[in-house]
Design a protein around this ligand. Structure first.
Ligand code: GLU
Length: 452
């Protein structure tokens, strides 16, 4: 049977680094196994789901290169959920309950005050037909709970190892709301079963759901026949540097803001998220294929991984220092540097943490710069020695060799005044690379103290 995984976001907000890490791990798992990756929008929460969030998720995944082989939307599948709910009712596994949220809160509070776990007491199972008729005549509508088997639920988790739950220690989950809408706990199982998902890889916030959902998978199998219960893997959730959880609404760690405001390259984010919380060292990788080759879910540790934006920015810089011009040409053009070429990119990339910083160096090589010319006599001697064009990568060495022979200066005394005059700054890319880009006309004027 071929491997099939899914990433199933709820389009109720922007994807943040924690969500997208799960997308990446699923994608790497599928590619490594030669299997398929399904993108599923869990959009049955109609109040909170928004088309623009669904579009944002697709944009973010596409930007990272996480292409999907299949796509599904839960809101297209209400008919199927109704059919399954009817079958579960007929099999006696879904039962109607009439408690209001306030009544349920009171029950829970009373159990907790007695030091008992807040498990639903199944009072609704004891209602007679007459009780139900009376409640409905009062205008109450039922929500529907799944009747769990009071038996152990066990699975071998690819990250957590053997996991054991007692059915009796869990509350019968509500699968159908009183307005008739199915809830995630049901819809996810129906989709995973219908779409033949072999491995469910998700966050550890879903461990208790898994215990319940395994029983739903088994109930469906008994009723309808069909496939095996998937294998599960629950990854520890990312936290921020202080150990706090990353909320989905935390805009600053959204993939969109990392891309649009922080200037993070897709491979920087992928290189970090593929390795965070694993036994592998975090190293810059330029292609997803390299990450596929290195991926093994057995390397994911149970310890909580911390996401550090500074680490991401450092990795972004290391990636830029390696990226060939073709990989950034589009981004440079989008920054207004459509004329930038490989020579420019290779000259400036060692000094960049973000591609947008290339604009500063473009201005130094192609726009007027106010030079810092505080040693005019020396600069005039140097200017007189400027070779004729054409200039190339050997020009700087030849010229400064001549200036050194003429003036006797060396090291910082030789180079810093030249750098300040030619670029207006104390630091920057190697002048060997910049000088041919600046060109003789500008260089001569800047050495004379003129803005050019
Ligand atoms: N929509 C669920 C979530 O975003 C999916 C969980 C799952 O992978 O089953 O948490």
């Amino acid at each position: 049977m071929s491997v099939a995984v899914r990433f199933a976001p709820s389009p109720t907000g922007l994807l943040h680094v924690g969500n997208v890490r799960l997308a990446l791990v699923n994608w790497l798992f599928a590619r490594k196994a030669g299997g398929s990756f399904l993108l599923r929008m869990d959009d049955t929460d109609e109040e909170r789901s928004k088309p623009e969030y669904a579009e944002g998720i697709e944009r973010d995944l596409t930007w990272l290169g996480l292409t999907w082989d299949r796509f599904a939307r839960e809101s297209d599948r209400y008919g199927r959920y109704d059919e399954v709910a009817a079958a579960l009712k007929a099999a006696g596994r879904l039962y109607p309950c009439y408690e209001t949220p306030e009544e349920l809160n009171l029950k829970r509070a009373s159990l907790v005050s007695q030091g008992r776990p807040p498990i639903y007491d199944r009072a609704a199972l004891r209602l007679t037909d007459a009780d139900r008729a009376r409640l409905e005549s009062e205008g109450r509508k039922p929500h529907w709970r799944f009747k769990l088997e009071h038996a152990p639920v066990e699975w071998t988790d690819l990250v957590r190892g053997p996991v054991h739950f007692e059915g009796a220690a869990l509350s019968d989950p509500v699968l159908i709301r009183e307005d008739g809408r199915p809830l995630y706990t049901l819809t996810s199982v129906v989709d995973d079963a219908d779409l033949a998902i072999t491995h469910v890889i998700r966050g550890e916030d879903h461990v208790a759901n898994t215990a319940v959902q395994i029983q739903i998978f088994e109930a469906l199998k008994n009723i309808e026949g069909g496939g095996a219960v998937p294998v599960f893997a629950h990854l520890p959730l990312l936290t921020d540097a202080a150990g706090q959880g990353l909320s989905k609404r935390l805009g600053s760690l959204s993939v969109a803001s990392l891309r649009e405001e922080e200037g993070i390259e897709p491979m920087a984010l992928a290189s970090l998220l593929a390795k965070l919380g694993t036994s592998d060292a975090i190293e810059p990788r330029l292609t997803l294929d390299e990450l596929v080759a290195e991926f093994d879910i057995a390397k994911v540790s149970r310890a909580t991984p911390k996401f550090d934006p500074e680490e991401l920015l450092r990795l972004n810089a290391r990636i830029l220092h390696l990226l060939p011009f073709e990989r950034v040409a589009g981004e440079l053009a989008a920054l207004g540097l459509a004329e930038a070429d490989a020579a420019f990119w290779e000259a400036v990339r060692p000094n960049l943490s973000r591609v947008a910083e290339a604009r500063d160096w473009w201005a130094v090589t192609h726009a007027p710069v106010a030079p810092v010319a505080d040693d005019p006599a020396f600069l005039a001697e140097a200017a007189a020695l400027l070779p004729e064009e054409p200039w190339d990568l050997s020009t700087w060495g030849a010229w400064t060799g001549a200036v050194k022979a003429k003036t006797g200066r060396k090291g910082k005394d030789l180079f810093l005044p030249l750098r300040r005059a030619l670029t207006g700054r104390d630091h920057g890319p190697e002048l060997k690379n910049l000088l041919p880009l600046i060109g003789r006309t500008r260089a001569e004027k800047r050495l004379a103290g003129e803005t050019a």
